[in-house]
Design a protein around this ligand. Structure first.
Ligand SMILES: [Ca+2]
Ligand SMILES: [Ca+2]
Ligand SMILES: [Ca+2]
Length: 659
């Protein structure tokens, strides 16, 4: 073996082990009435007025609360339904004193309840009921409200009709899992080392996960001996397969509302499986190659000695990396993240499971790093933390459990029953392969971002991150289930470990708790891009790259002067209500302009662009990205990586699975 030194340590970040809307009620005993010509909107329904109405209708009506807008509630003598209710409403609406009359409908939190049995199921433990998919609902503080998001979008009308693709770069996937069949696009296997790959060869077109177990014999191999991948305190005991990529894929987008298994965050969005990890982890170069391929940025074949990588016909808009290594962002990851982000692809990565500083690549600029929350919204002990974290999401946590007791707040997902090679597909549960780790918080964010792209394909990675953050819910100031309150999370030092529950804040746990419903609502606002062109006295303004959400249209543009500085006079904008406008450059100083774009349903957003007195004023704010739709340019870095692969000398020794 050509083992030199461990450059980096790669591991899976998985631990082993409303809107309100009225619905037509079946019956009601209350009617809302808007009174005609009320003198005062706050006191429209005097007792006399209600008595008069009751007498004209020949019905018993009891005066209820005034609710504003000249409206008040009328209590009926009994509940009415069907034609009886319709007759009462007809009589009320015909009365000269009544402007409007509607049943006082029962309103519920909007939350779609799909048919997946594990989504609907709760299990009982010590007299308490625990929902298996609590993290997708709203019952716990950290729950992400995906069911309410599904009332706005399901990521497309069906998996086949969905235009959203999330790449899962991981250990591969069980292609035949009944809750993933039809959701998986043709992927690729980038594991270059046959021993790590466990499928007998290097790169190939089959991304199925053959299992990443380690035998006693494996652990004698130099490649795994120092990787701390074995079980036990000395990391020298055999391990079972993780089915990590299958678990992550199910959380992103298991088949949902199919009467089988679980619901997935992204509902109908699809998963592109790119395999880059095998036994004990994998090479960073394989991960980076998978990132370029997933983003649609691959060179035309042949570019490698042995394999012609097919063009990815389904480029991803989002790449999920539930993997990483200790240390700051390195230059190769930084370059890859830059290139795929410029292509319009959002990279979401798990923060890591050491209770330490955020690892690589989650710490790279442009990556949305996800920390792990307990069900009560505090940082789960094992989650890494720090200023690089963008947002926090449920990662799974076990409460007060011994070895034989269920993990009460695990994340249930798709997996396989094989201890080594795959056998029957199944689902993780509080008892079986209980799933927890920041590996599993990241796919909840990736699935949510997928729903946002379905709502508004024009959202760039930066806009997706901004709207995920602005919609995130505030961290609680205490732990709801701790008898002794945990301390506040603090900025991590290089050596310090915070592997206990702590109270999150925005300095170390990101902007807040993932809120899928809020994120999808935020995604409905237009994506606004203000482009400026001009090198001289006259500057042209172009807002036409702005885009409304799917199914909406742009109703108006408005350019306004936001501020002036350096002695610039406030300019007069020509055609300020058009997409295309113009303005004179300032003779000195600078000014900034705001472009506000409103859609046909009244949602709006804006962007600010600065214009200087001298020099080239050509810029777009915020920077747009290239389409992620197929083809792509050949990256120098990609070629370097391909060369590195051929010359692979340095094994990235993986760290232990922590359990
Ligand atoms: Ca292979
Ligand atoms: Ca393979
Ligand atoms: Ca399902």
């Amino acid at each position: 073996m050509n083992i030199h030194r461990p450059l980096l340590i790669a591991c899976l970040f998985g631990l082993l082990p409303a809107a309100a809307q009225a619905a037509a009620p079946p019956s009601t005993d209350r009617i809302i009435v808007k009174w005609r010509g009320a003198d005062s909107p706050v006191a429209p329904a005097s007792t006399e007025r209600v008595r008069g109405l009751a007498a004209r209708l020949g019905q018993t009506l009891i005066r209820g609360r005034n609710i504003g807008g000249s409206m008040s509630v009328l209590q009926l003598d009994r509940s009415r339904t069907g034609s009886n209710l319709a007759a009462t409403l007809r009589a009320l609406r015909a009365d000269p004193d009544v402007e409007l009359a509607e049943p006082d409908s029962w309103v519920k939190i909007q939350a779609y309840a799909p048919s997946d049995p594990l989504f609907r199921d709760a299990f009982s433990y010590l007299g308490q009921f625990y929902e298996r998919q609590w993290y997708l609902k709203s019952g716990q503080i950290a729950s992400i409200r995906a069911d309410a998001a599904w009332d706005i979008t399901r990521g497309g009308s069906s998996p086949a009709a969905s235009t959203v693709v999330v790449a899962v770069i991981d250990t591969g996937v069980r292609l035949d899992h009944p809750d993933l069949v039809g959701k998986l696009l043709p992927g690729y296997d980038f594991v270059s080392d046959a021993l790590v790959a466990n499928d007998g060869d290097g790169w190939d077109a089959d991304p199925s996960d053959p299992g990443d177990y380690l035998t006693a014999e494996d652990l004698l191999n130099d490649k795994f001996k120092d990787g701390k991948c074995g079980a036990g305190s000395s990391f020298d005991q055999p391990t079972s397969s993780n089915w990590h990529g299958t678990r992550v894929s199910g959380l992103v987008a298991a088949n949902t509302d199919n009467g089988e298994g679980i619901a997935g965050t992204g509902f109908n969005i699809r998963v592109l499986p790119a395999r880059a990890l095998g036994k004990c982890g994998g090479y960073e170069s394989d991960v980076i190659a998978a990132m370029y391929w997933a983003a649609g940025l691959v060179p035309p074949p042949p570019y490698l000695k042995s394999t012609d990588l097919p063009v990815n016909a389904h480029p991803a808009q989002i790449i999920n990396l539930s993997l990483g290594s200790a240390g700051a962002c390195d230059t190769t990851y930084a370059a890859a993240v830059h290139d795929v982000t410029a292509r319009g692809v959002l990279v979401v990565a798990s923060a890591g499971n050491d209770g330490k500083q955020v690892g690589n690549p989650a710490s790279c600029d442009g990556v949305l790093a996800v920390a792990g929350l307990r069900h009560v919204g505090t940082k789960v002990g094992y989650s890494n933390l720090g200023p690089e974290v963008g947002i926090a999401a449920p990662a799974g946590n076990c409460v007060n459990t011994g070895p034989t007791e269920p993990c009460l707040f695990a994340l249930n997902t798709t997996t396989n029953m094989g201890a080594q090679t795959p056998i029957a597909d199944t689902y993780s549960s509080p008892q079986y392969q209980p799933t927890y780790g920041t590996s599993f918080s990241s796919p909840l964010v990736s699935g949510t971002a997928g729903l946002m792209k379905a709502v508004n394909p024009a959202l760039t990675p930066a806009l997706l991150i901004a709207r995920l953050k602005e919609s995130a819910r505030q961290f609680p100031g205490s732990s709801a289930d701790a008898t002794v309150q945990p301390s506040a999370c603090v900025l991590p030092a290089v050596t310090a470990v915070q592997d206990r529950e702590c109270i999150c804040n925005t300095q170390v746990c990101g902007a807040g708790m993932l809120n899928a419903a809020g994120a999808v609502l935020a995604a409905q606002r237009p994506a606004v891009f203000a482009a400026v062109t001009g090198n001289g006295r006259q500057v042209t303004l172009d807002g036409s790259q702005s885009a409304a959400a799917t199914g909406r249209s742009i109703a108006s543009y408005l350019w306004t002067v936001e501020s002036t500085s350096g002695g610039a006079a406030s300019p007069t904008i020509v055609s300020p209500t058009q997409a295309h406008a113009s303005v004179p450059a300032p003779s000195s100083g600078s000014y900034s302009l705001r472009l506000t774009v409103k859609d046909n349903l009244g949602s709006n957003d804006s962007a600010i662009v600065a214009i200087m007195a001298s020099g080239d004023n050509t810029s777009t704010s915020p920077p747009p990205t290239a389409d992620s739709g197929g083809g792509g340019t050949l990256s120098i870095l990609f070629l370097l990586l391909a060369a590195m692969l051929l010359l692979a000398r340095h094994m990235r020794l993986p760290a232990a699975m922590r359990g």
